[in-house]
Design a protein around this ligand. Structure first.
Ligand code: BGP
Length: 475
């Protein structure tokens, strides 16, 4: 079996992890510019440790990233060589509005992305753009508390409007907010939220979620008006929760955990808060303050497609002894699933879980779905002859493509495309490491910031090229 000719094969990146050029081109200070590598990273990205500016005691991997800012032509040429039909990237908010509250955009920032998009289109590569991917202007964090404040909606809308006005004729596929459910686990990295002492975290988080949801709906509305051919999507950090056992309590817990995540895209895709969320927010006294008209905005401006990242399924048990045996995952840790192998970082490897996720999301929303992240973070070794034989990565990708083939050809899921994460090595969001590599293209850059930025093809480069050439028929 294989995929249709218009299937969007490609790869995914994000500005916060690859772009660099942090103080070039008139760019302002962004949340990811103050997130260091090392022991303080986690407290900072969770919003527990308050920082406002980089300091001399830390190393900040996002400052230079993989220097996509100066290498994009070479990088896009390599992606074109692999046969990419689509390239996912994000725009750095502070390259367009350095402080976030200016009236007019920074033309140097606009020119940069114009050039990146032209480079993609030159090779027939459709850009898929995340308006926000783990990024917010630090000036807005410091002055209004980022998404805690309703004012953030106006700034986001102004930013999104400029993007649709200036790039709407070049970019067809848009996502409003990357992994919107990460707000729960990583409030600062995902949404620029830092907690003050005594603040009711849950209340603040769900208020911020409401602001993001209204902002996302307004951006969808404006995108539809300004770029009528554009398709605008939402984005979920996905991976179903499996009950550890068939004990009814485990089954119920798995449903509740999934709902914590679906909550956001239920609103974006169906246009209303699901009943379980309203009941829960009421019960817990965390119902967000809403303005008249908000519910209509959500209802009238739903997304055109549902995108998601998938790295692993998750597992949950209500038995404390079993639940105590946790393993790492995409930020949300999971009970160890005894049937699955794990990556070097502890993430469980479950290709069938991708088929499960594809089916669940399509059953739930009845909208086209798009895999905009998937992949294996692993350490690579350069052999003496300069080759990088990343068979483990090929095995992972092959098994996941097979699972999505089943979802499409056996289950009838309308899947728009497949964009493996970090098609070119980039900084890990969770750990800040470079050594956690996902790419088919290797980048000479190490965890301590050393390296030349030289690009090099891995074995998976030619393998993926062949997959695309044969529309997935030969894996
Ligand atoms: C997702 C993010 C990405 C990416 C990926 C892999 O949550 O959207 O930005 O980084 O996970 O995670 P990590 O980089 O922690 O390995």
């Amino acid at each position: 079996m294989s995929f249709s000719k218009d299937f969007l094969w490609g790869g995914a990146t994000a500005a916060n992890q690859c772009e660099g050029g942090w103080n070039e081109g008139g760019k302002g200070l962004s949340t990811n510019d103050v997130i260091p590598h090392g022991k303080d990273r986690f407290p900072i990205i969770k919003g527990d440790m308050i920082v406002s500016a980089p300091d001399a005691d830390h190393y900040y991997p996002a400052h230079l990233g993989i220097d996509f800012y100066h290498h994009y032509k070479e990088d896009i040429a390599m992606m074109a060589e692999m046969g990419f039909k689509c390239f996912r990237m994000s725009i750095n908010w502070t390259r367009i509005f350095p402080n976030g509250d200016e009236e007019k955009p920074n033309e140097e920032g606009i020119a940069f992305y114009d050039s990146v998009f032209d480079e993609c289109l030159k090779y027939g590569i459709e850009p898929l753009v995340s308006i926000v991917h783990f990024d917010a202007p630090m000036h807005l964090v410091d002055t209004i508390g980022s998404w805690k404040s309703r004012k953030m909606i106006d700034y986001f809308v102004r930013y999104a409007t400029v993007l649709f006005e200036r790039f709407g004729h070049k970019v067809k596929y848009w996502l409003t907010i990357n992994e919107i459910n990460m707000l729960i686990a990583l409030p600062f990295m995902a949404a620029g939220i830092r907690f003050e002492e005594g603040e009711d975290r849950k209340k603040v988080t769900y208020q911020a979620a409401h602001h993001e949801l209204v902002a996302s709906a307004l951006a969808t509305k404006i995108g539809h008006e300004l770029a009528p051919n554009a398709m605008i999507g939402c984005m979920l950090a996905a991976g179903n929760y499996y009950p550890y056992s068939c004990r009814p309590e485990d089954v119920w817990e798995s449903i509740c955990r999934d709902r914590d995540n679906y909550f956001f895209i239920d609103v974006q895709s169906r246009g209303e808060y699901p009943a379980f969320a309203l009941k829960q927010m009421e019960r817990e006294g965390i119902m967000p303050v809403m303005e008249p008209g908000d519910l209509a905005i959500l209802k009238e401006n739903t997304v055109d497609f549902v995108t998601f990242s998938y790295y692993a399924s998750r597992c949950v048990s209500t038995d404390p002894e079993i639940a105590g045996k946790q393993t790492a995952g995409n930020i949300f840790a999971s009970t160890k699933n005894p049937y699955l192998k794990r990556s070097e970082w502890g993430w469980q490897i479950d290709p069938l879980g991708l088929r499960v996720t594809l089916n669940t999301l399509y059953d739930r929303y009845q909208k086209p779905v798009f895999i905009v992240e998937n992949g294996l973070g692993a350490k690579d070794t350069i052999e003496e002859d300069g080759s990088i034989n990343d068979d483990y990565r090929i095995d992972y990708l092959r098994a996941h493509i097979q699972a999505m083939d089943d979802a499409v050809n056996l289950d009838g899921v309308p899947l728009m495309g497949y964009l493996p994460w970090g098609c070119i090595d980039l900084v890990s969001a969770g750990t800040g490491e470079m050594s956690k590599r996902y790419g088919m293209i290797y980048v000479d850059r190490e965890d301590d910031g050393s390296g030349t930025f030289e690009r090099r093809k891995k074995k998976s480069f030619d393998w993926y090229k062949h997959v695309i050439e044969t529309d997935g028929a030969e894996l």
